[in-house]
Design a protein around this ligand. Structure first.
Ligand code: DI6
Ligand code: FE
Length: 401
């Protein structure tokens, strides 16, 4: 059986759900054909006759699935360094938002930017993710807050995949904040999102899912419900920024709509956990936002574990609450701040992140999955989580190349 390439003499963390822990394999190989994994496992178990003109000696390095950053706001105009200084001087994230800064200030810079400007501004951030082994990135809109600019943001996100070897998954987040045109009329804005924007974005095929910010400084549970109904009517799966700063019971609403994920979750309660567990909603934890906003309330990790809720971890890369472009540092924060295990952090950026995106074709090293690999100069997988500011990536393979 001829394949395109074999990576041999490697140690594997397959993340296969059929193996315990990280699915570690000592003397392993990965064989690839047409961008898809043909075999990943112990060299001794390789199908007979598997052969290739091209074989790469990994010299004992570790191979994990390529990392998946399943929650980012990577495409935006401007920055919020000034607001960071205001926060250092004592202002809160919420107070800045209520005073007309926050998401709306990034909206102004994003509206002023062209699609090309947005791509150029996002590329260095994307490159930072890629330099740490990312092969799939989810990118949300939510800084345009009007059809023209939301569509521009989503097109810019899609265009990034023309410039780099990476899979881009897009999410429409029109219900992120109230734009000034609708000041004092949030229901009017939600009506526009549901009746005009979602149908247009869906028709143009610009989004893979729909998200909303269910929060005191965002939208109510009832408004979020309307957004979810519109998304469902257009065949788009939903996910939710839920219980980040307060408990509006967004997670149970997400569960009711069979959401792919509920994200943040610091203020999630036991009922919300139970609802997520029952509906199979993945929890996406964002320790970078927790850190950067100096949140002190921890997400209910033990409850999530005992309810069997899959836990993903992501950077939340955005200009306001998490200007973070390091998945490895996000893992470190997940471990130190949230007490996640090494296994949970690595699964959170691979197998569980794939779940949060509804993707069954990525996230593990198994036959039939996309050949997206991260090859690391490390002695043990825990080093990926343990170090801060270290750059252990040896090579990144996307679709076999
Ligand atoms: N929660 C967040 O942490 C980001 N969006 C959201 O709904 C922050 C967005 C920003 O401050 O620009
Ligand atoms: Fe976010």
């Amino acid at each position: 059986m001829l394949c395109d390439c074999i990576w041999r003499n490697a140690r594997l963390a397959t993340l296969s759900p059929n193996q315990s822990g990280l699915g570690e394999v000592d003397n392993g190989i990965v064989a690839c054909k047409d961008g898809v994994i043909l075999f990943a496992g112990p060299a001794a178990d390789a199908p007979p006759g598997i052969d290739t003109p091209e074989s790469i000696d990994c010299e004992g390095r570790w191979i994990t699935p390529g990392l998946i950053d399943c929650h980012t706001h990577l495409v935006y105009g401007g920055d919020r360094a000034h607001e960071f200084e205001l926060r250092l001087a004592g202002a809160s994230y919420e107070a800045i938002a209520r005073a007309g800064g926050g998401i709306v200030s990034t909206m102004s810079a994003t509206r002023a930017a062209s699609e090309t400007d947005l791509v150029e501004a996002a590329l260095p951030r994307l490159d930072a993710l890629l330099s740490e082994g990312v092969t799939t990135v989810e990118i949300k809109s939510g800084y345009g807050l009007a059809l023209e600019h939301e569509a521009k943001q989503l097109r810019a996100a899609r265009e990034l995949a023309q410039h780099r070897q990476v899979t881009v998954v897009t999410t429409f987040l029109g219900a992120h904040a109230l734009p000034p045109e609708f000041a004092d009329n949030p229901d009017g804005y939600i009506a526009e999102v549901c009746q005009t924007t979602i149908p247009a974005i869906a028709a143009a095929g610009l989004a893979d899912a729909v998200d909303a910010f269910c929060e005191g400084i965002g939208f109510s549970r009832e408004q979020t419900r309307r957004v979810f109904q519109a998304a469902s009517a257009h065949g788009l799966p939903v996910k939710l920024h839920a219980e980040q700063l307060s408990n509006l019971h967004g997670a149970s609403l997400a569960a009711e709509f069979g959401a792919l994920s509920a994200d943040h979750l610091e203020y999630l309660d036991a009922d919300g956990v139970a609802a997520m567990g029952k509906a199979g909603v993945t929890a996406v934890l964002l320790p970078g936002a927790f850190y950067f906003t100096r949140e002190t309330k921890l997400p209910p990790i033990d409850l999530l574990r005992s309810a069997g809720v899959p836990i993903a971890v992501a950077t939340d890369c955005n200009p306001g609450s998490a200007p973070l472009t390091s998945p490895l540092l996000a893992m470190n924060m997940g471990a130190t701040l949230f007490r996640l295990t090494v296994e949970e952090c690595i699964a959170g950026f691979t197998r569980q992140a794939a779940r949060a995106l509804g993707r069954s074709d990525i996230g593990t090293l198994e036959a039939g999955k996309a050949c997206d690999l991260a090859i690391w100069d490390i002695e043990r997988p825990a080093e990926l989580v343990y170090r801060m500011g270290f750059k252990p990536l040896h090579a990144r393979i996307w679709r076999g190349h």
